[in-house]
Design a protein around this ligand. Structure first.
Ligand SMILES: [Zn+2]
Length: 117
């Protein structure tokens, strides 16, 4: 199994495929859906919300499709152990670097949204 990614080089974009494996989605623990968007409830809040809400909540009636895995419960990720050869390793480093920058960028965006930008 392969996973295809795009590496945005200085001169051109490159489609590269790496060996891939499936992992259970961390966000929903493989369920494909979760009520995590509601946040966590304390017992006091549950008492206030009432027994009907509590029942629905635990029955999963508030669950939404997991955005992370789109409901499949699993994610295709690069199988690092099977990346072989200097070229593939160079691509992998470039891709990891790109992902780090992307995540840093998204953190900045999220922080700005919180501050109302
Ligand atoms: Zn998920």
């Amino acid at each position: 199994m392969k996973i295809e990614v795009t590496i945005y080089g200085e001169r051109r974009e490159r489609r590269v495929s790496f060996p891939a494996e499936w992992v259970i989605c961390d966000e929903c623990r493989g369920e494909g859906k979760s009520s995590a968007y509601l946040g966590a409830y304390t017992m006091d809040e549950m008492d206030e919300a009432g027994p009907e809400f509590e029942e629905d909540y635990f029955a999963g009636r508030y669950d939404r499709t997991c955005e992370c895995c789109k409901g499949s419960g699993k994610l295709k990720v690069i199988d690092y152990d099977r990346v072989r050869g200097r070229l593939q390793e160079a691509y992998l480093r470039a891709y990891q670097e790109q992902e780090r920058e992307e995540r840093a960028y998204q953190r900045i965006c999220a922080a700005e949204r919180r501050m109302g930008a």
